[in-house]
Design a protein around this ligand. Structure first.
Ligand SMILES: [Zn+2]
Length: 219
């Protein structure tokens, strides 16, 4: 469920993709218009934390084409949501926005917020280890997740400057966690079968709540 958008919008993209597959080509102007409509439809004030298994968390996010006032307002709102919930990272889909953006503040302060637009995160080692992770979008679930010990991130900042960074330790783990979000994955998808059994009641509860929300919104 896209909390911040017209609920028909993601289906428009699905329709667009299906049609593209069927006809072999798709008028680029139409795609452009759809994208513009998508961006102008962001109602920042309606952004709120989304919970598993919302659709927006399960689909790969769309690239950001322009870093405009909309995106700057979105970052402000995402920062508010992250700090209010005492998180150290938040991705666009977690605020109900299916765009390739996340923020990280390892010390959970506003001053420490770093913005990653259209990021790619790639491992720089084969070594894996695991730490216990939680997620604002999968509340009351804590589980060890195996991730690469070190990784590299390439992204664009809010001023439009491209940058790359090497990361290890907690920073590397948070980068991989947030990158999962814009790839359509949460810790609920990453956890092993034993953890799934341990957390089954809470996962069931989240699915039930999601169903209730859908019914209430008429979706
Ligand atoms: Zn998360």
């Amino acid at each position: 469920m896209f909390a911040a958008f017209d609920v028909d919008e993601p289906e428009s993209f699905g329709y667009c993709n299906r049609r593209k597959g069927e006809t072999g080509e798709f008028p680029p102007v139409f795609v452009f218009l759809l994208r513009v409509r998508w961006m102008s439809d962001i109602d920042i004030e309606k952004c709120r934390i989304t919970h598993y298994p919302a659709d927006v968390l399960a689909n790969p996010a769309e690239p950001i084409e322009d870093i405009d006032d909309n995106i700057r307002r979105l970052v402000e709102k995402m920062t508010d949501i992250m700090l209010e919930n005492k998180g150290v990272g938040l991705a666009g889909p977690q605020a109900g926005v299916g765009l390739r953006i996340f923020i990280i503040s390892l010390d959970a302060t506003r001053e420490g917020v770093k913005v990653f637009i259209n990021p790619t995160v790639t491992p720089t080692t084969n070594e894996l280890d695991s730490i216990e992770e939680g997620c604002l979008s999968v509340p009351d679930v804590h589980t060890k997740i195996r991730r690469y010990k070190r990784c590299k991130v390439a992204a664009t900042d809010l001023e439009g400057n491209e940058f790359t960074e090497e990361a290890e330790g907690l920073y590397a783990k948070v980068l991989q966690h947030e990158y999962d979000h814009i790839s359509g994955m949460t810790i609920a998808d990453r956890m092993g079968s034993a953890a799934r059994i341990v957390n089954r009641k809470q996962l069931k509860k989240l699915k039930k709540n999601h169903k209730k929300t859908q019914l209430n919104s008429g979706a």
